[in-house]
Design a protein around this ligand. Sequence first.
Ligand code: GLP
Length: 244
Amino acid sequence: TVYPDQHAASLAVAARIATLIRKKQAAGEPTVLGLATGVTPIQVYAELIRLHKEDGLSFKGVITFNLDEYYPMKPDAAQSYVTFMNENLFDHIDIDKSLVHIPNGTLPQDEVAAFCLEYERQIEELGGLDLQILGIGRTGHIGFNEPGSAPNSGTRLVTLDDLTRNDASRDFGGKENVPTKAITMGVGTIFKAREIILMAWSAKKAPIVRKAVEGEISGEVPATFLQLSDNVEFVLDADAASGL
Ligand code: GLP
């Protein structure tokens, strides 16, 4: 779906999330959301905060799982995805923070594999993700599933691509400060969500959006695996869609 601009697209995605939450609340069921970081979803989160403050949308009982976190990463560091989610969403809504899940960037390396299995188990125990929102990196990554990721990959520790670390260097005050690794949900984890919305804005994303939507399906561009799912929608602004 192509919207004239990022703002209109973000409002539409936020409205869909709000409708899902309200529908589930009316049925007495929790909503299980998969959330993303990066600049792409910021306006979606801003609109959800507005809906909470001005339109009575409650996040009580909403359960969230974030896609990824840098490794190693302290939760209270300025660049952590914990800080990002708190600042851009969680601190401004009535969500129960004990129902928020973000991969733990502080574990010793020999405990990471068990943590990742447990992350998968927790999602599965809740009946899976109702909705996963995604951005896309210029390498074609979703979450931090970099080129070389397998379609059935699960939550795991990965090595970040050079281009991804370049793109993150501004947040970290230099590429040398960007962690070389991250914990990410796998392509397979994302695939199990009942609904997936990938968002992309600006001409900067047009080449990778084109590859993701129209390119050959390949682990070299992990977002191309989304072509294999019936439950995926790309929500784009006109600039991001300009290469299609
Ligand atoms: C980041 C995140 C991804 C995100 C992507 C795009 O590194 N790990 O989940 O979708 O890169 O980021 P942005 O939205 O800032 O362009």
